[in-house]
Design a protein around this ligand. Structure first.
Ligand code: SAM
Length: 290
């Protein structure tokens, strides 16, 4: 396909042709590197069996690759100015639907049900960085059937999703992502692969959803409250972090007893606990209140 958008010349031409003005508030940085696009589609394992949800198609650079590899593509774009452009750049594909909406307001469960009979979908995107976390957590928490989420994110965010205890990047996002999925960093991507260039490094990360959640948790909401409370004050000990948190309403003695039952030092910091330990701590507290 000589008419592919994803190279600097074709992207600049398209932007001029349609007189498109980039909107910073929508996190618009379009990919102009064909190798990166090929790697994303390959890493996601997109086949002609798949329904792919693309978040933020932009002018359609990645969408063209998805259309060629997937059975069907649903692309959700917030910027109304891009809709007529997409109509044109995707005109030769009959397996794509563009929805002009805020992704955070789309009922993805209903989409998966209607368009894929509730079978697992794939999510592929060069995400708008200002809402990376709400998009990914929204996908996981809505329990949409998903095979994998393969996305371009800020490099630092990819690192945070992937690490375990004992590193500075470890936090609530690491635990939340790893509760639902297995992260794998596919590639680091420099700013010169985009127009305009972002002022941060980027990375492609694949989050393959677990067939079964890896830990047993009696009260998911409680565990995530404990996790957030622990990392909100990560310099504090776990007992003080939980005791001072507005999210947790437990007497200090109960917190101390639960930490003792967990079998760790009373002066341990929350950032030292792994997912299994947070699950266990949460189960101990649930039991103390039964
Ligand atoms: N996929 C294109 C590419 O790789 O060249 C564009 C990627 S650009 C980083 C992010 C895209 O997401 C932009 O087109 C932007 O308008 C769109 N976007 C931003 N916020 C959105 C939202 N809340 N819902 C849907 N799309 C959004």
């Amino acid at each position: 396909h000589s008419n592919k958008l994803a190279n600097p010349q074709n992207t600049i031409e398209a932007i001029k042709k349609y007189n498109f003005a980039f909107q910073k508030k929508f996190g618009q940085n379009f990919l102009i590197d064909t190798h990166v696009l090929e790697r994303i589609v390959t890493a996601a394992g997109v086949t002609k069996d798949d329904l792919v949800l693309e978040i933020g198609p932009g002018i359609g650079s990645m969408t063209q690759y998805l259309c060629e590899n997937a059975r069907e593509v649903i692309a959700v774009e917030i910027d109304t100015a891009l809709i007529p452009i997409l109509k044109d750049t995707l005109s030769e594909y009959d397996n794509v639907t563009v929805i002009n909406k805020d992704i955070l307001k789309v009922d993805i469960n209903q989409l998966a049900m209607e368009k894929n009979q509730g079978r697992p979908i794939k999510v592929v995107a060069n995400l708008p960085y200002y809402i990376t976390t709400p998009i990914i957590m929204g996908l996981f928490e809505s329990h949409v059937p998903i095979d994998n989420i393969t996305v371009m994110v800020q490099k630092e965010v990819a690192d945070r999703m992937q690490v375990g205890p004992g590193t500075k990047d470890y936090g609530a996002l690491s635990l939340a992502v790893q509760y639902y999925a297995e992260p794998y960093i596919v590639a680091n991507v420099p700013p010169n692969c985009f127009i305009p260039r972002p002022n941060v490094g980027s990375a492609v990360i694949r989050l393959t959803t677990h067939k079964e959640i890896p830990v047993h948790v009696e009260d998911e909401k409680l565990m995530f409250r404990l996790i957030r409370a622990s990392f909100n004050q990560r310099r504090k000990t776990l007992v003080n972090g939980l005791n001072n948190s507005p999210e947790i309403h437990l007497p200090k003695e109960v917190i101390a007893q639960a930490i003792e039952e967990l079998g760790v030092s009373p002066t341990i910091r929350g950032e030292a606990l792994d997912l299994e330990q947070f699950a266990e701590l949460s189960n101990i507290i649930s039991r103390l209140y039964r």
